[in-house]
Design a protein around this ligand. Sequence first.
Ligand SMILES: Cc1cc2nc3c(=O)[nH]c(=O)nc-3n(C[C@H](O)[C@H](O)[C@H](O)COP(=O)(O)OP(=O)(O)OC[C@H]3O[C@@H](n4cnc5c(N)ncnc54)[C@H](O)[C@@H]3O)c2cc1C
Length: 445
Amino acid sequence: MTAISSLLDRLINELSPLEIITESSQLAKLSLDYFHFSPILEAQLKDKRALLVVRPTTEVEVIQVVRTCVKYRVPLTVRGAGTGNYGQCIPLEGGVVLDTTKMNQIRSLKAGSACVEPGVKMASFDKKAREIGWELRMAPSTYRTATIGGFIGGGSVGMGSINYGQLRDRGNLTAVRVVTLEDEPQVIELRGDEVQKVNHAYGTNGIITELEIPLAPAYPWAELIVVFDDFLTAAQFGQALGNSDGIVKKMVSIHAWPIPSYFTALQNYLPSGKSCALLMVSEYDQTALSDLVQDYQGEITYSKAATEANKGTSILEFTWNHTTLHARSIDPNLTYLQTFYFTLERVEQMYHHFGDEAMIHLEFLKFAGKVIPAGLQLIRFTTENRLNEIIQYHEEHGAGIANPHTYIMEDGGRKVIDPIQLAFKEKVDPYGLMNPGKMRAWLER
Ligand SMILES: Cc1cc2nc3c(=O)[nH]c(=O)nc-3n(C[C@H](O)[C@H](O)[C@H](O)COP(=O)(O)OP(=O)(O)OC[C@H]3O[C@@H](n4cnc5c(N)ncnc54)[C@H](O)[C@@H]3O)c2cc1C
């Protein structure tokens, strides 16, 4: 018997009677995420596999998993729906993957706030919250499948960010319960600023078993497509809509031609050669929106009433990183970047500088109180060197890049080591078992 198979037997024995998965095709599926959007990560991560996957249903069962991993010093990587883009939930050193999807209870729901287990799916949560007139403040375009715990662990922005900014903005996460990986596991509650110790920590700083989240008032959101003769006018329209305080909106997503040509299911509404805006705007503000569209010589080619929201595909699933998904399904050589342009002048400069090599896709969001253009531009990938040159050019010209071609947490968005997260990790994960290899601060301490 090899050391690995004897370890596997011991783990299975200790974890019994929890749901355990060891079948190889299931293990492959549950060990990976959407890392393959990046040709760099594809090469680095495609062969990584967990030894087993376990699906606890309660916090008590999570503690059983933790005790086992600590006892045998086995790495433990938490996974929600596995829709992350940077290999966040890929177990670099094998070990146990803890799948939270069976921890899916809404514990409480009231005006303005809710308390949920981490595996609650965002869209199914919203369906319940809307019954009392509320909804999530923000959600990624993977809303239908992603979990709330996974969004906090690995996500950052999405529809609603035009009003509420980024997940990391103070107030967008109220409190969390976290199970630690100490010899004697503890359950800690973090509230207020303390939540930043685990917010966007890729599951390196304890297992979130419960979250208290603030909610937003729900509006009847109409979905619209507006087309424009040229991209820069579409971008100006996007900024003007973002700045129009009297028009209540949830999403302003702008796509330079030829990106609309990749949206196969929307071709009836996307005339060849035109750039487009994909919008979610309150149904109460349609007249004001039409007037603004006229100001920019746009044409509304598609409008779906809020009452139809559950019918067919949502326009959301063509925005944020779904744009990349659709484009790559037609041209797998495309990859992407994530950019804070901050100003339309910078968007224009990059548009002219890179031309067709970086097709611009903008998402407007609130940043330090102002609506700014950010983007997930599509890049025609040639070599890693060229990709790095493109990143460098953006950074040298004042744009902020959240690099989606690295699985190291700090090298992606933040770029600097967070001493608070490191100090917290030293306390809650003294053996460095949680999602090892992802936190630079820990690797270099
Ligand atoms: C097509 C596409 C579109 C996307 N659009 C967006 C977007 O608009 N905005 C955005 O921010 N992201 C986006 N993403 C990335 C991703 O879908 C979201 O961040 C999503 O919310 C992740 O949720 P998940 O349940 O899939 O998490 P996972 O991918 O399973 O996990 C994400 C991270 O969180 C950690 N984690 C999960 N659960 C816990 C827990 N209970 N405790 C501690 N750590 C935990 C994991 O270890 C991992 O590091 C997109 C991805 C794709 C493929």
